[in-house]
Design a protein around this ligand. Sequence first.
Ligand code: 13P
Ligand code: SF4
Length: 300
Amino acid sequence: MTIIEQIKKLKKELNATILAHFYQSVAVQEVADYSGDSLGLSIKAQKSDSELIVFCGVRFMAETAAMLSPHAKVLLPVEDAGCPMADMITPEQLIELKKHHPGAAVVCYVNSSAAVKAESDICCTSSNAVEVLKSLPEEQEIIFVPDVNLGTWAARQSGRKVIVWNGFCPIHQWGFERRRLDKLMAKHPGYTVLAHPECDEDIVEVADHVLCTSAILRFIEDNDEVIVATDHGFTEYARHLWPEKQIISLNSRARCKNMQKTTLHSVLDALVQQQYLVTVPPEIASRAVGSINRMLEVSR
Ligand code: 13P
Ligand code: SF4
């Protein structure tokens, strides 16, 4: 039996659901029941009636799934698949920041630990950050953690004034150079530039569209020539879906190392060994889930 057949057989026997983020390798996304962006996968986890969810992504995503699907066992195939941006703020730092802005609402990007979500009022993803900011009362002071780029962009789009934490994604912050983008745009006039909002301002300001991963995919579905500024694993997946289209990566070396850690072997091991179980302490989960559910209410 091939490894893919073994995974499919075990998945059925165990009544497991495999969820994969769009940054996962094509091979992993091929064995998944659903591929999606952070928001889409959270909703899938919430609606899933499986007893076992194998989350092919990074830890904060699996934690969110575990909190939204408390009846299920959630497994992260690679124990140390983390997100450096999520580690850029601790709950203690957020508590300290809140002391300086009593009365401020805290909006927290889902790329954060459960403990940081527990100290926040409402979560957001890159697909609903603008909507979430707009949902807050106009006179409300707002703190946004941890992504400075998403926070700054969403503040501008929503017309809201926001105090932003200085966290960032190393791949989106350092992976893309404006000079390279200018060159590619000059070489490929007529191509549409699509950037993820985690990119630095100098990329976002010239992009034709600033979109979350699922919206980038929807755009490519209807358009044939694009330059994409996000993780290269995502571009590979888009090329796999539409091999006939011209999909250029702004940087083919910009890859999320943590996302790439998951392989077919680690997915199989996760199913066989039932590893690595992701749990969130109940006192943290009960508060964090409130922030996640408030976001889901806004973006329903
Ligand atoms: P999406 O919410 O657009 O899937 O992005 C998640 C992420 O981690 C991007 O780096
Ligand atoms: Fe985190 Fe960046 Fe990887 Fe997304 S791409 S999971 S923000 S390190």
